[in-house]
Design a protein around this ligand. Structure first.
Ligand SMILES: [Fe+2]
Length: 188
């Protein structure tokens, strides 16, 4: 049992994500945490840890869920969220985290794609904002254009109205992505 379970957990999350094969995973984890704190500077420890670890599933090659194993994108995303929560549970137990805090963090992470309560909604917004700020150019480089468009529309739909205003300031080096973002915003 670690004497600082919260620090132990953050460190274990960061070291797991550092091993990810996906180049933007580390940036996205830190950037989601930054957005969380921009949206609410008083965000509690559970939310901060959930922000950092919400996508940990992607970084753990032996345990991660794969899009090709699911019939639809939402089913894949639900499994991804559940799996990230399970992986975090294991880390938190090892770090000796208070069980109630573990449960809270697991619930937040399992809801990060869909929201459903005020704190999960905040995490979802931070995650989506970070997708547009950090992930989209990497995503576009790895996927075909149709897939990138669909993913961006899906990402825009899950943003709150307040967050939609924030992304209208985003700009990319890739002009095609700027045009895509402008189109998505204008279509609402
Ligand atoms: Fe994410």
């Amino acid at each position: 049992v670690n004497s600082h379970p919260i620090e132990c957990t953050k460190q274990a999350i960061r070291s797991a994500i550092a091993k990810s094969r996906v180049p933007e995973d580390r940036l996205h984890a830190e950037n989601t945490l930054e957005w969380l704190l921009k949206l609410n500077g008083d965000a509690d420890d559970a939310l901060r840890i959930a922000a950092l670890g919400h996508d940990i599933d992607r970084a753990v090659e032996s345990l991660r869920v794969r899009k090709t194993d699911f019939s639809g994108f939402d089913a894949f995303k639900a499994a991804h969220a559940r799996n990230s929560a399970l992986i975090l549970k294991d880390i938190m137990q090892t770090c000796g985290m208070d069980p109630a805090l573990q449960d809270d963090i697991c619930l937040l992470v399992s809801r990060h794609e869909t929201g459903g309560d005020e704190r999960s909604d905040l995490l979802k917004d931070a995650d989506s904002l970070s997708f547009f700020q950090v992930n989209l150019p990497y995503y576009a480089a790895r996927n075909d254009w149709d897939t990138t468009e669909r993913r961006s529309q899906w990402g825009y739909q899950r943003l709150s109205l307040g967050a939609r205003e924030l992304i209208s300031d985003f700009s990319y080096r890739n002009g095609r992505l700027n045009a895509l973002l402008a189109r998505i915003i204008s279509q609402g």
